[in-house]
Design a protein around this ligand. Structure first.
Ligand SMILES: *Cc1c(COP(=O)(O)O)cnc(C)c1O
Length: 385
């Protein structure tokens, strides 16, 4: 068996051709392909606006800037996420605090979130970053309702969940990152994510004002829009009206993104089928805890995570058999950088227990049935021995 990793990209001939077309065109960056990608992506997640950026981390940073995170501002997130979800608040000088996860969904525990908000004076926290972890769609309607009660802004980290959705109170499907509830949502196009552009990211929103800020911050805070300028010297003229960055995506990457996006639903279905096969193989086994799903159709399955007593043993056994499983994630609050922050004594037992037992099995659209059966056999060999 060839080495099997926990995730990998799928690049088709159409993808390659799309990139070649851009290479032969007039624009490698700041051309028309970016807008095309943004439009298609916004449509895919049912949002009004989308802003393409250099990567998911840049998307988080610009989101924190657009929502005016100031030094000393306190935000909340989940400890079970990639470190970037928390870091964006630190980039702006803010502080991040963590709420424990729900033992079923592995996403932020909304009951504990409310307890925390109740236990401190209103205004202590300025915002929250829920994460659609592993592709499980967080109920953003509930988060929004709490956010309204406590005056919180919301950045939805939807890196794991393009195409996922939750069902709201009215029975309507609400896609992750659709801008109905969160102020801003962010996505990543790192090769292990659903849509790969090498490096890349996207911010989605329904808020025009935030959209315009993001466009400005993405490119140095520079504008050529007469309405935004205090004077105009001629066709060459531009003004820098805010402090921004170069967080642009290139047209080369955008072309790959558009092509990948056209297969996003196929990839999502493949992921859901892979999950179902794992579920069938494992649900009856007492040693393996399979992921919770409220509704099979809506989980985006960036990751397929099991919980098992001897996690390290299984990880190493699989490695010996050329299967490269992974752990998602080392809890952010246990990272030395966050441990060394002031006032951070964290009591997050569910996250820590989860971390001791979690393992992400191979999950990507091109995983073959043979490969998956091999993985299943090896997992069962280990737990039944
Ligand atoms: C991948 C990821 C990011 C960061 O995206 P990059 O494109 O790698 O910068 C942020 N949050 C989560 C949950 C991620 O999985």
């Amino acid at each position: 068996m060839k080495p099997i990793s926990y995730g990998r990209q799928f690049i088709s001939d159409e993808d390659i051709n799309a990139v070649i077309q851009v290479l032969k065109s007039d624009f490698l960056t700041q051309g028309p392909t970016i807008q095309h990608f943004e439009k298609e992506f916004a449509k895919y997640v049912d949002a009004k606006y989308a802003v393409a950026v250099a990567n998911g981390t840049a998307a988080l940073h610009l989101s924190a800037m657009a929502l005016n995170v100031q030094p000393g501002d306190k935000w909340l997130t989940t400890p079970i996420t990639f470190v970037a979800s928390a870091n964006c608040i630190r980039y702006c000088g803010g502080e991040i605090d963590f709420i424990d996860i729900d033992s079923k969904t592995y996403c932020i525990d909304i009951v504990k979130l409310e307890e925390k908000l109740k236990s401190v004076p209103k205004g202590t926290y300025k915002g929250i970053i829920p994460v659609d972890f592993a592709g499980y769609p967080v109920n953003m309607e509930e988060i929004r309702s709490l956010a309204n009660d406590y005056d919180l802004k919301i950045i939805e980290d939807a890196c794991h969940a393009p195409g996922g959705f939750f069902v709201d109170n009215q029975g309507t499907n609400q896609k992750c990152g659709n801008g109905q509830f969160a102020d801003l949502a962010i996505f990543s196009f790192h090769p292990v994510k659903h849509i790969a552009t090498g490096e890349g990211g996207m911010i989605t929103t329904n808020n025009k004002e935030l959209y315009e800020k993001l466009c400005l911050y993405r490119t140095h805070g520079i504008t050529r829009n007469e309405d935004q300028m205090s004077e105009n010297h001629g066709g060459w003229y531009y003004q820098m009206i805010e402090l921004g960055y170069n967080y642009r995506l290139s047209d080369i990457q955008a072309a790959l993104g558009i092509s990948q996006l056209s297969r996003a639903d196929i990839g999502l279905n493949a992921r859901q089928e892979i999950a179902q096969r794992y579920n069938q193989a494992f649900t009856k086994n007492d040693h393996i805890q399979t992921p919770f799903v409220a509704n099979e159709a809506n989980h985006a399955y960036h990751l397929y995570i099991i919980q098992i007593d001897d996690r390290k043993g299984l990880y190493e056994y699989l490695r010996k058999h050329n299967i490269f499983s992974q752990v998602h994630y080392v809890p952010v609050h246990t990272m030395p950088y966050y441990k060394n922050q002031e006032n951070t004594k964290h009591d997050l037992p569910i996250a820590e227990t989860y971390y001791d037992h979690c393992l992400s099995l191979p999950m990507y659209p091109t995983l073959t049935i043979n490969e998956q059966n091999y993985v299943i056999d090896k997992v069962l060999d280990f737990v039944n021995s």
